[in-house]
Design a protein around this ligand. Structure first.
Ligand SMILES: NC(=O)c1ccc[n+]([C@@H]2O[C@H](COP(=O)([O-])OP(=O)(O)OC[C@H]3O[C@@H](n4cnc5c(N)ncnc54)[C@H](OP(=O)(O)O)[C@@H]3O)[C@@H](O)[C@H]2O)c1
Length: 285
């Protein structure tokens, strides 16, 4: 495992991070037990993973918190809260309560990275104005170490929110989707950025990803090996120099091992990378 600085946060993270959300939620959305989900977290730690990402909206905050308790000071815990509920912006008090609720669920005294969850571009200004002072205060109080924001990947595939956040010096960390079929975030992230970049959704939905890229990359990924595309997809995300670390989600121990392997292999060679950027990047989503 390789460890890198997460932007200027002062936090160091493994280049492969375990995401506890997505369609698998460590298996809790696939019929697995909390004990099995916690086992995945411990297996990931044993394999060198030190970044664990969850959220108040996922069913996994308490599982992740319990699982990492024996090695809490050796890992970076990232969690998230929504600033908007329906049409309504949460109040400062509600946002603060939400952070403390996450602390309790995670059974921890501090949150390394607290992210505003899936913020829509249209909500950006009002969310920033209300939530940033609250989170800043909690950061000064030592409750939060770094403040960030994530995009609503499925409903904002053009990354309109990340475009705003990347040109604002408010955030310590951004989390954005980047994959073979959606590479739109690459030109948005400025060279010389100081914020940390967490990549997500490198695969998201294996069947949908295959449909998106099969016409452009069929010769690379349709040779009969079922895991070929996921391997290429994680290696592609890991090869992006504007991303510090990639979080992946799984319910399956074999996938955990395979994905950590893919993410820790050397970056893809420049000619393959150029082809993936040119051909697959233009694929329909
Ligand atoms: N707005 C946000 O803040 C936001 C949005 C989305 C995601 N996230 C974060 O980013 C993390 C990663 O996103 P994601 O969960 O969508 O993960 P992902 O890594 O893009 O895709 C994971 C999906 O691919 C499957 N998969 C993983 N490895 C595989 C393999 N080796 N072979 C075949 N299938 C495989 C998984 O199913 P199996 O269970 O079968 O492995 C899983 O459902 C989330 O867990 C969450 O922490 C945040």
């Amino acid at each position: 495992m390789e460890y890198v600085a997460l932007g200027n946060t002062g936090l160091e993270v493994s280049i492969a991070g375990l995401g506890a959300g997505g369609y698998s939620a460590l298996g809790l959305r696939r019929g697995k037990t909390e004990a099995e989900a916690a086992g995945l977290v411990c297996d990931a730690f044993d394999l060198g993973v030190t970044l664990f990402d969850t959220a108040a909206a996922y069913p996994t905050e308490s599982v992740v918190g319990k699982a990492v308790r024996p090695f809490r000071d050796q890992v970076v815990l990232s969690t998230k809260g929504h600033a908007v509920e329906g049409e309504s912006l949460r109040t400062s008090r509600e946002l603060e309560e939400q952070v403390y609720a996450s602390l309790r669920m995670l059974e921890t005294e501090w949150i390394d990275v607290y992210l505003l969850h899936a913020v829509a571009a249209d909500d950006y200004d009002r969310v920033r104005a209300c939530a940033l002072p609250v989170l800043d205060r909690l950061r000064h109080a030592g409750v939060i170490r770094a403040i960030g924001i994530t995009e609503a990947y499925d409903s904002d595939p053009a990354h309109a929110m990340i475009r705003k956040a990347a040109s604002d010096d408010a955030w310590d960390v951004l989390m954005a989707g980047y994959n073979l079929a959606n590479q739109g975030v690459r030109p948005i992230v400025p060279e010389g950025r100081t914020f940390g970049m967490i990549g997500m959704c490198a695969v998201r939905d294996p069947d949908r990803l295959r449909d998106s890229v099969s016409s452009s990359l069929g010769d690379l990924v349709d040779t009969g090996e079922p895991d070929e595309l996921t391997d290429l997809a994680y290696r592609f995300a890991r090869s992006a120099t504007f991303i510090d670390t990639v979080v992946f989600g799984t319910s399956d121990r074999d996938h955990l091992v395979a994905n950590i392997r893919s993410l820790t292999l050397p970056a893809l060679g420049s000619s393959l990378l150029a082809r993936l950027e040119e051909d697959a990047g233009a694929a329909p989503q």
